[in-house]
Design a protein around this ligand. Structure first.
Ligand SMILES: Nc1ncnc2c1ncn2[C@@H]1O[C@H](COP(=O)(O)OP(=O)(O)O)[C@@H](O)[C@H]1O
Ligand SMILES: [Mg+2]
Length: 240
């Protein structure tokens, strides 16, 4: 059975795309054939992996057209996002549409990069995912967005509605020298004591590698790699 992991968070700029693209690259580095599906009209995931962000991608796939599965390396492919995700045809899709097209593919792992603030696109991911990574940074508004997602996931699971059965929190861009960052991580850990929490440290080399369009597996020695590897191990094995 393939695994499907959604990176969610209602706010923009909280590290969803860098987390999703790194988890995808690290799963692929374990030899699993992995597809990163970009559900964001801004199409940043393909860009940071060095692929064409304007190629026919997730929207075309969902609309029943031929998309371009762009190879990043031997084990990793990416479907670009893009503005067509905002088309009326996508807005009218059944919520299990993404899950259905994923089932026609032979990848061993799917990683879904969600957009901020688009319920319909997020719902497609929620229906398709076995596991979710809820991303937030230390900003109170981001934590509020993540809390809403966590409440929704909890509610769906308790009502046996479609959606991930397991989830983790990724607190991104954390500088442990900043007291706000430490406090936010600790307080999330207390509030969601039963939810695995991963601290993804701030790493300017990581941001630079993304700007240079290098996957984390090709980005040299980064301190954030160990953090993302721990998160990937949970995504892959459900370990914590
Ligand atoms: N761990 C990190 N260390 C340093 N910069 C980061 C880290 N994670 C994300 N960033 C930077 O933060 C910005 C937003 O990240 P991104 O992954 O695009 O967020 P989102 O997809 O939630 O909008 C980008 O400029 C990215 O380079
Ligand atoms: Mg993004």
């Amino acid at each position: 059975m393939p695994i499907a992991i959604a990176c969610l968070g209602r706010k923009g700029g909280v590290g969803k795309t860098l987390t999703a693209s790194s988890v995808a690259a690290l799963i692929a580095a374990r030899g699993q054939r992995t597809l990163l599906i970009d559900l964001d009209p801004q199409s940043n995931a393909a860009f940071v992996l060095g692929a064409d962000p304007a190629a026919a991608g997730t929207a075309e796939w969902l609309a029943g057209h031929e998309p371009c599965f762009q190879s990043v390396n031997e084990s990793l492919a990416v479907l670009a996002g893009g503005p067509s995700l905002l088309d009326y045809a996508i807005a009218r899709l059944d919520p299990d549409s993404l899950k259905r097209v994923m089932q026609e593919q032979s990848y061993e792992a799917f990683v879904l990069d969600c957009p901020p603030g688009n319920d319909q696109l997020e719902r497609l991911a929620i229906y398709a995912a076995d596991r979710a990574v809820v991303c937030t940074d230390a900003h109170p508004l981001a934590v509020m967005g993540a809390s809403r997602v966590l409440t929704e996931l909890q509610q769906r699971r308790s009502e046996s509605r479609p959606g991930p059965q397991q989830w983790a929190i990724a607190v991104t861009r954390i500088d442990t020298r900043r007291s706000l960052d430490r406090q936010v991580s600790e307080s999330l850990g207390k509030t969601y004591a039963d939810t695995p929490l991963f601290v993804i440290r701030q790493d300017s080399g990581f941001a630079l590698a993304a700007a240079d369009r290098l996957p984390i597996t090709e980005a040299g020695d980064l301190r954030v790699r160990a953090d993302l590897q721990a998160l990937t191990a949970w995504c892959f094995d459900g370990q914590n």
